[in-house]
Design a protein around this ligand. Sequence first.
Ligand SMILES: Nc1ncnc2c1ncn2[C@@H]1O[C@H](COP(=O)(O)OP(=O)(O)OP(=O)(O)O)[C@@H](O)[C@H]1O
Length: 554
Amino acid sequence: MREIIKLFDIIGHKKITVFIFFLNLLVALVEFIGLSLIIPYISTAMSQKIPENKYVTYVVEFLNIETYQVFISYLSIVIVSFYVFRLILNVSSNYLSLRLFNKIRHIVMFKLFNHYTYLDYSDFVFRNSSDFKKTLLQESLHVQVIIKSMIDMVAELFVLLFLVSLIIYIDWKLALGLGLIFGLMFIIVTFLVKEKVTIISAKREKYGRGLHRCVDETLNGFKFIKLVGAEGVGIEGFEKNSNGLYQVNSLFQLINESPRFILETLGLISIVLITYYLVNFTSTNNLIATLGVYAAAFYRALPSLNRIISSYNNFQYFKNTIDQISECFSIKTEKLFVNETVVFDDELKLIDVSFRYKGTEDFLFSKLNVAINKGSKIAIVGKSGAGKSTFADILMGLLIPEQGNLIVDGTIINESNMKSWRNKFGYIPQEIYLYDATVAENIAFGREYNRERIIEVLKLSNIYDFLETESGLETMVGDGGVKLSGGQKQRIGIARAIYSDPEILVLDEATSGLDYGTESLIMDEIYEISKNKTLIVIAHRLSTIDKCEEKITL
Ligand SMILES: Nc1ncnc2c1ncn2[C@@H]1O[C@H](COP(=O)(O)OP(=O)(O)OP(=O)(O)O)[C@@H](O)[C@H]1O
């Protein structure tokens, strides 16, 4: 129950779910009534006379029915109308339930994706993105199963309650005996397997996670895998996890489907025992009719009991999905509510900044103090791992220091002005991320599309002439930019970075993957572009930073 409350706190839609629950309950009751109508109808038809019953007499008098033939015609019309109503109710309830379950999946996926997109950058780098993909795409599907199971379980419990009341009304001693047999069986198949289901549920989670990681790692490292011929590693991991997943799923399906056979057997044995009991210990003179009621009750009760058991098991099997989803939502997101404008006319400073990554003990920077003047060209140097990229991320407001402040012209950068501060940056990393779209789309990158500006920045980045020989701005770059050379990708990266005419340009090893000639050409272009900008260059090669006026050594 605690889990369900947690889930609805996340997804909302409580009222509609309660409505669907009552609709399902109504369907179950109508099913039950539909079934119960058949026996009296057939026995009336067989007896060839109007039943002597005070309710029937009242209706017969009210409608002025005189003959048995008229009575059976009325009864047939009522029964046929009832079955048509049952059909309409079933179809509508099915449609509304399916809509709700799919909508819940959509809500979970959408909210998760939305939440993840607004994660703090430090949380983003702390987490495994393929685990997130698994939660987003796979676990959201299980939420559907959980909600459906809960609705089914409670609705069927009500149906069972009706049936049990009916049997108690007919013969309470017999009801007690049957209750004992089926109650015991219910306890055995649910509570005894509960622990097993919990164990295999944890395995399902582990193998599912492993599968997603294998796929991501293979796709991301495809080139290197080819080079070293390590295809087998990914395949082996995939097989291990996929194998494990199929085994736990089979085991779960077995656990889930077996009760049906046990219930059927118990049902048949019960009918034999009831017949024996009725013949030997009661004085019933309408054995066929009484047995018919029991048979009908069993016919409805067994699938009902089976659905309760299987819904309960489904819930146990998938309930750790709720923990995973809530865990995702418990991660803090950035709350950059207000968008105050920051003015950078003079100087930016890091004052007493201490920073360490999430999950690490040691501080990477402790009481760091740095000042950068507007318009200056700064080189950040230091040995590998010294923290150059981290330093740039702090400057850009992507990583927030644990202690100390980033101060721009005397204003502390915080959540109220962070957006404005970040917008001042153009960032060119070593690995330019290009998605499978046109050059123009890759440059605008979700920002307002301005064709003239795109052409302008492509010219500034010296790649426009090359694109003219292809399909111009509409040139497709391929997945990850595979259709372009390293230098061409880097130039598109530069064009993207300067598209919004940023005040500060940060180059993080932006040219270190290029040959010396291309690098110095691109660096000349960058120095030219950033004549009136503040330029921060992280580089190992001294030739890259020889035009910088200042050097910060980390
Ligand atoms: N997400 C992270 N979680 C934990 N530690 C990290 C994370 N990212 C980087 N580090 C650690 O922080 C230190 C600084 O990393 P950073 O990438 O800033 O160094 P760098 O000077 O840019 O290195 P390089 O010149 O090799 O690119 C390294 O020791 C690295 O292991």
